[in-house]
Every structure is written in structure tokens, then in C-alpha cells.
Design a protein around this ligand. Structure first.
Ligand code: FPP
Length: 245
């Protein structure tokens, strides 16, 4: 699928991941190396993300999910949490300007109840503003945790059984999937994590079941469109068996 842009690199379009998950790690270390406050690393990280989203659109990737703020990130110092939230708010506010020409659909996944009113309202505005775009769907995982997402799905299933809308026996994987934040979207095909860490950190636990993992030592603000193409290209050469032979 092409989104009206020319491809920059020769990547086999039959072997593109439909859904790429990204754990954007290393902003703090990037800043520390430069003697800058951690906030500067997060700002640089937000700039890096804009370029990667543009590249995903250029390549014709259908879905990208980025881990922007986890359910565990509230443990960070209050000023860092505040800065991250303001950065996210700006990103959403400027979505039209930043992503002009990209045709990106923005969705926010995660638990909204704990977020401030301003950011909650902006999420609704930005989602509405971009919902009819036809390019890459960018899921921003905000106050997101994979365990919280699955727990929430379980709670909804129980409520539906209690209300007589569902039989316990008819609960299958699709019934769970239908209650995830990413319902209707394909599983993650390719999971990228930067900064040399090799953990899932509670990211998309259900959706990454058969994902190919790609790790790099580069810190997130240094992660460039060429690195993204490299990961996508390597994905195209992996043999996926989904449990078969
Ligand atoms: C991990 O680096 C990164 C985060 C917890 C936040 C990710 C946020 C951004 C890339 C910018 C804002 C995002 C959007 C969508 C505008 P770290 O702080 O844990 O780095 P460290 O491990 O080196 O300390």
C-alpha cells in the first residue's frame, strides 16, 4: 500500500511489517552524555519520533505503536512526569502541523482516567482531527501497561457474562482481542527497542506474541530513519513460522 509518497529505499513491499512497535529508550542517557537535563533528552526523543513517523508513512507501514509513557513511569520525579506530559500535549496539539503531508492517523492507547483534563480533551481533539487520514496509524501508548490492558479486557468479559451478553464457553482469543486498546488492528510484527536494553517492560504483551524483535545500542534520540529502514529490511529477511515448521 502506498500513501502517495515515493519510496526512498528498495524494500520488498511484500515483506513489510504491517505493525511496528517501538520502545523508545535512552533519552535520559543521551542527555546525560551531553551534560544536559533529562528533559532535553525527551525533547530530542520527540523530534526523533516525528522523523520516524514520516519514514513509516513513506514506507507504507500501516501501524506504528510507540511507548511514550508507561503505567510505571509515574514513579519518576514529579518534574520529569510533568515535562513528559507537556511534551505529549504539545505533540498532540501540533499534530496537524508536525505531521502535515504525512496523512497520519493518531490514536492514544492506555488508561485515560489518571490523565489531566487538558490532555484528555486534546487526545479526543487530535484523534478526531486525524481519524479520516489514510496514512500510517500512530498509536501513542500513554499511561499504558500490557498487564493493565489485559486485566481491563478480563474485567469487561466478566461484566458481559454477568449481563448475559456472553457465555463463558464462547470466550475465545478474539473475544479478548476485541477488548484490547488495539482492537481491530493486526498483531505487532516487528518490535524495535533502542539503547541496548532487551526487555519488554510491559509493552503490548498480548500483541507481541509472534513479533520479530530488533534491538540496537543506539539511544532513541540518535535513532534515524535509516535505522528504521534497516530494521524493516531485516524483518523482511526473517523466517516466520508462527509455531509451524
Ligand atoms: C525512555 O527513555 C523514554 C521514555 C520513558 C519516554 C519516551 C518519550 C519520548 C520519546 C518523547 C515524547 C513522546 C511523544 C509521543 C511526544 P528513558 O528516559 O528511560 O532513558 P534512560 O533509560 O536513558 O534514562
Amino acid at each position: 500500500m502506498l500513501f502517495g509518497r515515493k519510496r526512498k529505499v528498495k524494500i520488498d513491499e511484500n515483506r513489510l511489517p504491517r505493525h511496528v512497535g517501538i520502545i523508545m529508550d535512552g533519552n535520559g542517557r543521551w542527555a546525560k552524555k551531553r551534560g544536559l537535563p533529562r528533559s532535553a533528552g525527551h525533547s530530542a526523543g520527540a523530534e526523533a519520533l516525528k522523523k520516524i513517523v514520516t519514514e513509516a508513512n513513506n514506507l507504507g507501514i500501516e501501524y506504528v505503536t510507540v511507548y511514550a509513557f508507561s503505567t510505571e513511569n509515574w514513579k519518576r520525579p514529579a518534574d520529569e512526569v510533568k515535562y513528559l506530559m507537556s511534551l505529549l500535549l504539545d505533540y498532540l496539539k501540533n499534530a496537524e502541523k508536525n505531521l502535515a503531508g504525512d496523512n497520519t492517523v493518531i490514536r492514544v492507547i492506555g488508561s485515560r482516567a489518571e490523565l489531566g483534563d487538558e490532555i484528555r480533551e486534546q487526545i479526543l481533539k487530535t484523534e478526531k482531527l486525524t481519524e479520516h487520514n489514510t496514512g500510517t496509524v500512530l498509536n501513542i501508548a500513554l499511561n499504558y501497561g500490557g498487564r493493565e490492558e489485559i486485566t481491563r479486557a478480563a474485567r469487561e468479559l466478566c461484566a458481559d457474562v454477568k449481563d448475559g451478553l456472553l457465555d463463558t464457553e464462547s470466550i475465545d482469543e478474539k473475544a479478548v482481542e476485541d477488548r484490547l486498546y488495539t482492537h481491530g488492528q493486526p498483531d505487532v510484527d516487528l518490535l524495535i527497542r533502542t539503547s541496548g536494553e532487551m526487555r519488554l517492560s510491559n509493552f503490548m504483551l498480548w500483541q507481541v506474541s509472534y513479533a520479530e524483535m530488533w534491538f540496537t545500542d543506539k539511544l532513541w534520540p540518535d535513532f534515524k530513519p535509516a535505522d528504521f529502514r534497516h530494521a524493516v529490511n531485516e524483518f523482511g529477511h526473517r523466517g516466520r513460522r508462527f509455531g509451524g515448521i
